[in-house]
Design a protein around this ligand. Structure first.
Ligand code: ACM
Length: 265
């Protein structure tokens, strides 16, 4: 199975140009699964909730979801992208997972909000879930960006049988490349970090997003990575079956060896 991450600079509040880029890239790619960054339809650093709502409204009134659904079906391509989701008068920092067979479609709402996101997003309420997609025999778990700081997120997805954790991101600290390989090893899962590039400024706040989108195998090795600041589609082949036997010698199995009675809840 061939998967890819498209690293680019979403333009803040310039929705149409972001939609075009996501559509064009999905149309052209030669993949089974493509992952776009967090909030790739809208940009990230909103002023306030009015602005995140406006971005959510633009998404709702656009044709993006329908266009990507068509592409997903015609190319047999799974598409994951971050977007601001309006639901019941709330706005979530969400990821849409579109499958060629749309009955598998799901939305993940970011569980852990980062920095001043609490001013313009509601806390996600979907929790972590795994989706098994029979046509590709793959288990996909989703988290978004700052969720990486919580080992419980990856562990939960792995215990739910995810073979790969896809992580649309707008990462700003240099720490995550030290951690994600460990999450991959301790859970024996693939990890795909689709990060963005560029800067955003609102008032005195400026954030620099640090690229380096990376696909890790289930032993924490880098299969492919990109630069700090280049627009790029990276891709790699994965074998979901390699993640399913959690034993690494005749005695040890990383799931069966867990001693939950001794863990702090
Ligand atoms: C982040 O959660 N966007 C760092």
């Amino acid at each position: 199975m061939k998967i890819g991450c498209f690293q680019f600079k979403p333009e803040l509040n310039d929705f149409e140009s972001n939609y075009k880029k996501i559509i064009n890239t999905s149309e052209k790619c030669d993949l089974d699964l493509i992952i776009f960054p967090e909030l790739s339809t809208s940009g990230y650093l909103f002023k306030d909730k009015n602005e995140s709502f406006n971005a959510g409204q633009s998404y709702l009134s656009s044709n993006l979801f329908n266009s990507l659904t068509e592409i997903s079906k015609s190319k047999n391509l799974i598409i994951v992208y971050g977007f601001p989701e309006i639901s019941n008068n709330k706005v979530f920092n969400s990821a849409q997972i579109i499958f060629p067979d749309e009955k598998y479609n799901r939305i993940y709402r970011k569980t852990h909000l980062f920095y001043n996101e609490i001013n313009y997003f509601d806390f996600g309420d979907t929790g972590f879930f795994n989706i098994y997609y029979p046509p590709f025999d793959i288990n996909i778990g989703t988290m978004i960006c700052y969720d990486w700081r919580f080992p419980e997120a990856a562990r939960t997805l792995a215990l739910l049988s995810s073979d790969i954790i896809v992580c649309p991101s707008n990462l700003v600290t240099p720490l995550w490349p030290k951690v994600i390989p460990a999450r991959a090893i301790e859970n024996k899962v693939y990890f795909a970090i689709s990060n963005r590039i560029g800067k955003e400024r609102v008032g005195n706040e400026e954030l620099t997003f640090n690229g380096k989108s990376t696909i890790y195998d289930c032993e924490g090795n880098i299969l492919i990575t990109s630069g700090f600041n280049d627009e790029k589609l990276i891709s790699a082949n994965i074998n979901p079956n390699l993640t399913r036997n959690k034993s690494f010698n005749q005695y040890n199995n990383i799931f069966n060896d867990r001693r939950e009675n001794y863990y702090f809840k």
